[in-house]
Design a protein around this ligand. Structure first.
Ligand SMILES: Cc1cc2nc3c(=O)[nH]c(=O)nc-3n(C[C@H](O)[C@H](O)[C@H](O)COP(=O)(O)OP(=O)(O)OC[C@H]3O[C@@H](n4cnc5c(N)ncnc54)[C@H](O)[C@@H]3O)c2cc1C
Length: 490
């Protein structure tokens, strides 16, 4: 199915004119930043806002703006509504646009959600009458100056001519929602003399998959949701060559349920104890369901509301154990793929056009005529050399932010404004989304929303979690503004 999205996100009017002083500054124009903005505009329409986005895409964030018109959501349409009080709103919008085309349990193209989200945000901002500057810039530092917060803005790669000099902006409160940086490409320090154009670190960057010879062999590092998306995108661009996927576990994500079935009731108490005990409880529940002809997938859905509480109950050692031993299996069960997408991938594997292998990249060397040789150690210890035209990083997000190269996340850690959890999974925040500094003290004027909260919650990735966090973060900011106002008038 081909879609023809309108140019709706022009409605957000990103410019490089940054105000020097606002009440509320928001870092990141993806789902989390925009939704927190919506709640704040509703609650404080008289406030002034600036939202900074370093790479404005057609639609917000890599998930909805970096995809092509056929990449599918991995959450059913009826659960993708951006606010908790109206989770069916996206499906209603679809019904109005394309009556009868999609059911509430359909997995619909992500670009449609991006279009809807853009319209929703633009309408909400306009309706509130709030003054919002949509600024195309990267925030590279935030400092707490007691009387105010000071942000340093720099030009973004997408618009190198903009904000040539770093510029300051002062704010009373800040929302930090930059998503989580991609993991460093697996070839860092393992390639010598290979042309940069042969190595694609960020497959979501606009045009990243263009200019690959249609019959060339391509190597994808990773076999999760991103790798599946990239295989499909390459084929839609007319790529006919062999695609090889190499990952440490050599497994594809498992399928979503094809049709709805009765949900599995489950309470927090049923998932008590260490990671091994929680996983054993889930396995038993899944076996019981499957014994009566139902699916295991509903067990994952049943545990999901309790994940943050379970994660919080584990010690650092238990969390580390889970990451080392259970994470690969967790990921393929939890982050599932719509059935049609998986069927397409499986049929490519059967036809031999797509190869899936368990292994690890050792080195990449140039060969000739744009061909590079990637040495991969297979699970049996044997090293194989694959001659390919491109190697594409599909390994997902960084799992350790302590060494991050992301300018803002590195600088706020250096200054002590923020700290990570003990495993470096995320930036620390409390239950009200307040940023916790390196000494463990929450900052009432800075909130974080999005996957950066992963270290405290584990599950802080998809719309059903983020819409809740955006609501909470906005409430925290409103309380901070009220507090500041009361203090100023006393
Ligand atoms: C390929 C893909 C598919 C997905 N599919 C689904 C799905 O179907 N359903 C679902 O619920 N979830 C999905 N997700 C999860 C998705 O990440 C969330 O739904 C949501 O989009 C995350 O939004 P965010 O704003 O927290 O982060 P992001 O979308 O990453 O947005 C953060 C933004 O901040 C910007 N930024 C970063 N640093 C700075 C800075 N210093 N200054 C200014 N701007 C900055 C970035 O450019 C980015 O646009 C998917 C994710 C991916 C990657």
């Amino acid at each position: 199915m081909r879609l023809n999205p309108t140019s709706a996100n022009q409605q957000l009017h990103w410019t490089d004119a940054a105000p020097t002083n606002v009440d509320i500054a928001i870092v990141g124009g993806g789902f989390s930043g925009l939704l927190t903005l919506v709640h704040l505009c509703r609650a404080r329409p008289a406030a002034t806002f600036a939202i900074m986005e370093c790479h404005p895409l057609r639609y917000p964030g890599a998930a909805y703006g970096g995809c092509d018109s056929e990449h599918l959501l991995n959450v059913p349409a009826g659960r993708m509504g951006p606010t908790i009080d109206d989770v069916a709103s996206f499906h209603r919008w679809l019904e109005k646009r394309m009556p009868g085309k999609f059911r509430a349990d359909s997995f619909v193209p992500r670009a449609l959600f991006g279009e809807y989200l853009t319209e929703f945000v633009a309408d909400e901002v306009a309706r509130s009458g709030a003054h919002v500057a949509f600024v195309q810039a990267a925030v590279v530092d935030i400092r707490d100056e007691q009387s105010h917060l000071e942000l340093t803005l720099a030009g973004s790669g997408a618009a190198p001519q903009s904000l040539a000099c770093p510029q300051s902006m002062t704010a009373r409160c800040v929302v930090v929602a930059p998503g989580i940086p991609a993991s460093p490409a697996p070839w860092v320090d393992r390639e010598q003399g290979v042309a940069a154009s042969s190595l694609i670190s960020d497959p979501w960057q606009s045009g990243a998959l263009h200019n690959i010879e249609p019959d060339a062999a391509v190597l994808l590092l990773g076999s999760g949701l991103t790798a599946i998306d990239i295989v499909q995108a390459l084929r839609r661009l007319g790529h006919r060559g062999t695609i090889r996927m190499v990952s440490r576990n050599g497994r594809l994500p498992l399928p979503h349920l094809d049709a709805s079935e009765p949900p599995q009731p489950a309470s927090r108490e049923q998932f008590a104890g260490s990671p091994a005990r929680v996983l054993a409880a889930m396995r038993m529940m899944a076996r019981e369901r499957m014994a009566v002809g139902l699916s295991w997938q509903s067990v994952l859905d049943a545990v999901r509301p309790h994940i943050a509480a379970i994660w919080k109950s584990w010690t650092t050692a238990e969390r580390r154990h889970f990451l080392r031993r259970a994470r690969p299996m967790w990921e393929i069960h939890r982050h599932r793929v719509p059935v049609p997408a998986l069927a397409d991938i499986t049929s490519q594997c059967k036809a031999g056009a797509l190869l899936l292998e368990r292994g690890e990249l050792l080195a990449i060397h140039p060969v000739n005529n744009g061909i590079i040789a990637a040495s991969v150690r297979a699970v049996d210890g044997v090293t194989h050399v694959h001659n390919v035209a491109r190697v594409i990083n599909c390994t997902g997000t960084s799992m350790d932010l302590r060494e991050t190269q992301h300018p803002l996340l590195a600088s706020i850690q250096r200054s002590g404004l923020a700290g990570t959890d003990e495993l470096g999974l995320g930036i620390r925040s409390d239950d009200e989304c307040r940023l916790i500094n390196a000494h463990g003290v929450p900052n009432p004027r800075i909130v974080i929303v999005g996957a950066l909260r992963r270290g405290d919650l584990w599950e802080s990735t998809a719309v059903p979690d983020l819409r809740l966090h955006a609501t909470r973060a906005a409430a925290t900011i409103v309380a901070a503004l009220t507090d500041q106002h009361l203090k100023a008038n006393n």
